[in-house]
Write a protein that binds this ligand. Structure first.
Ligand code: GLC
Length: 678
């Protein structure tokens, strides 16, 4: 095994050097492993060494990289030796089915543990609810021990090896991961790797003057370099955390703080930082965490004169972490949280020399933004332009698709895409903020403006899906009551239309391919939390408005099929079930967005060897046509709408006619072929 030249695989190695596993390195580690694991470990090293070593070559000088590679391999061998039998079996099963996460059966759900189920143990009581939605992926928001007080929703971690005390302990986490796994659901946790809390042991040691730990951070004696960096750095939280550096008295200097002043950016050019995180990754994997969300990964590497995002070294870091997990615990996936411009985004799934070698999953921020843009403008031309312009990604990866998440929505609409469809980028972004904050005449959206930046004119938006589609406002108007039956019918129609928009947004997300993730509360069309500011630690951050609590009353209300929560839940379940039966929605099959024939209809095709699936979405409040000849060209003349089970909605004029806010997924049923069971 050792001493042989390996040249990468999985489409990787494009132009990369060939790296040799140093003679004797693997043999020296095998003794640490039980006999039954030795061969598999050696084979994995043979397969992934190239990725590990070439990734390190992108970060460090050869001698440093050699040492670090050997060190990481020792950690991997230890982790592989300790890996519980059931997880080892999962590793083997997933190695045999590497597309396991690309299945159309995959459905995700994301929630704050305390807001969803009280505690980690309480999540067990919610498994049936998740099961009904077909959930195979559960993202529990940061739950490792945060700093006290404001912790940016747990994204300021004080200890990566302990669990938030009010939620449970490490053993509860292990038990939950195992209970989820027994149901075929993967536990997803955040790996916050750009920064730690000011109270983390490394930061405390740095503050106490320990040189080794000061080198974990970017510390500056004066403002000279910070000022030079600031010239090209944007601000993430211009409102409550302006600037990117914080003066710390104890440290006696300025420390890099991209986010809040209590979140200290780590210096990833220090090899010790990578080695520390390798241990954290392996620790979480050993607990049974199956997907690691690489929080704010775009920011890891700093370079003077740039915006310090998306630097090539970021991808090298991820490549190293992925090779490490593939060797030690290949059941584990990495998911990039990079909310960046479309051209930068695709690199997180691997392009060029990182093709097939970085994250398995990444958030499809562009799709999310374009769903909201289309619904507000009742026009899909910008969406079609932006989505068509997106470069292809490796067929071995999957997008995380979502209508919204725990964060605000930033209008990542490029000026070039806007110009290509005759829009002014700035004006359109401004329109979207006006629309979703309800400031635009005719809008019933209830979003809140987040981080208004007077310097750039940028305004982001907070709000639940129900708030943004106008459902919250429509329900309130109906509940306020009216004696006039005609007025009441009008209000009911407004509720129906808003609910249809809510389901339409999710229909796009469920049809794109990848893992559609529902944000807790949206399955019952929950309104925003009116008391979001009651907790003083949250008062400055209105993202808490769209992180509502989901309690028994909400779930009970959803049991009434005629209620709005009940209809929302039934609608989402139906999307999940329908999707599971469509092999075309395997994530390896790209969504091919068609040139719009009507500005109100988003159309994409998934060309699967079993036949085409044509997905149509009417984003307007009126009936809209889709040309019959395009349906015929795709061989779908006699097709069935998988969502309604009805034949395609042909009008008498040879066109398809789509009802307002309606999604249609046309296919020719392939009864005999079904996606394999997970
Ligand atoms: C990510 C999280 C966000 C957090 C930031 C800093 O973007 O999604 O909630 O504020 O990272 O950790």
């Amino acid at each position: 095994m050792t001493g042989t030249t390996t040249t990468g695989g999985a489409g990787g190695g494009a132009g990369g050097a060939a790296w040799q596993v140093p003679a004797g390195l693997v043999e020296g580690l095998l003794g640490a492993l039980p006999p039954a694991r030795r061969e598999v470990f050696a084979l994995r090293v043979e397969r992934w060494w190239e990725d590990l070593r070439s990734g390190l070559a992108g970060l460090h000088a050869p001698d440093v990289a050699d040492d670090l590679a050997a060190r990481l391999l020792r950690l991997a061998a230890g982790a592989c030796a300790r890996r519980p039998d059931d997880l080892h079996r999962l590793d083997q099963a997933r190695t045999l089915r590497p597309d396991w996460f690309q299945s159309p059966r995959a459905v995700g759900y994301a929630a704050y543990t305390e807001r969803f189920a009280g505690t980690l143990a309480g999540v067990a009581g919610r498994l049936d609810h998740l099961g009904e939605l077909g959930v195979t992926y559960l993202h529990l928001m940061p739950l490792l021990r945060p700093r006290e007080g404001d912790s940016d929703g747990g994204y300021a971690v004080a200890d990566y090896r302990a669990v938030r005390e009010d939620l449970g302990d490490v053993e509860d986490l292990r038990a939950l991961a195992s209970a989820l796994r027994a149901r075929g659901t993967s536990l997803v946790l955040d790996l916050v790797l750009n920064h730690v809390a000011r109270e983390h042991a490394w930061a405390r040691a740095a503050r106490a003057g320990d040189e080794r730990y000061r080198r974990y951070f970017h510390v500056f004696a004066d403002r000279e370099l910070p000022d030079a960096y600031e010239r090209t750095l944007p601000e993430v939280f211009p409102d409550f955390a302006p600037g990117n550096f914080t003066f710390d008295e104890e440290l006696g200097g300025w420390v890099w703080t991209t986010f809040n002043s209590f979140q200290w950016d780590l210096d990833w050019s220090n090899p010790e930082v990578l080695a520390e995180f390798a241990e954290v990754v392996l620790f979480l994997a050993e607990l049974g965490v199956e997907v690691l969300r690489l929080d704010a990964v775009a920011f890891l590497w700093k370079r003077m004169g740039t915006n310090c995002q998306n630097q090539p070294e970021v991808h090298s870091v991820v490549q190293v972490l992925r090779a490490l997990t593939r060797i030690a615990c290949p059941a584990v996936l990495l998911k990039a949280e990079a909310i960046v411009a479309p051209d930068d985004l695709v690199h997180y799934l691997g392009r060029g020399r990182h093709h097939g070698r970085v994250s398995d999953l990444a958030y499809h921020n562009t799709l999310m933004v374009q769903v909201w843009s289309s619904l507000a403008a009742q026009d899909v031309r910008l969406a079609a332009q932006a989505l068509r312009a997106l470069p292809t990604v490796p067929t071995t990866t999957a997008w995380i698709t979502y209508a919204r998440c725990h964060d605000d929505i930033g209008w990542a609409v490029s000026d070039a895409d806007a110009a290509a469809v005759g829009l002014d980028g700035h004006a359109h972004r401004s329109f979207l903020s006006d629309w979703y904050s309800g400031a635009f005449e005719g809008s019933t959206a209830r979003g809140l403006v987040f981080q208004e930046n007077p310097a750039t004119g940028d305004r982001r938006i907070s709000g639940t899906c129900a708030d943004l589609v106008g459902l919250t406002a429509a329900r309130e108007a109906l509940a306020a009551g009216t004696g006039d039956p005609r007025a009441r019918a009008g209000l009911e129609a407004e509720v129906d239309a808003a609910l249809a928009r809510h389901l339409l947004a999710h229909a796009v997300v469920f049809a794109w391919g990848g893992i559609p993730v529902v944000w807790s509360g949206d399955e019952v069309a929950a309104p925003g939390d009116p008391d979001w500011a009651a907790d003083p630690a949250h008062a400055a951050d209105n993202r808490w408005a769209h992180r509502p609590r989901l309690d028994e009353r909400d779930l009970a209300a959803a049991r009434d099929p005629a209620s709005v929560p009940g209809r929302a839940l039934a609608g989402l379940r139906h999307l999940a079930r329908t999707r599971a039966g469509l092999p075309h929605l395997h994530a390896s099959v790209a969504a091919d967005v068609l040139e719009p024939s009507d500005p109100g209809v988003l159309a994409f095709v998934r060309r699967h060897p079993l036949g085409e699936l044509l997905c149509l979405f009417n984003v307007t409040g009126s009936w809209r046509p889709f040309p019959g000849h395009r349906v015929e060209e795709l061989g779908l003349a006699g097709a069935v709408d998988a969502l309604s089970g009805e034949p395609a909605p042909w009008g008498g004029d040879g066109q398809l006619w789509l009802a307002p806010w309606r999604a249609v997924w046309l296919h020719r049923p392939v009864e005999e072929v079904r996606p394999p069971a997970p």
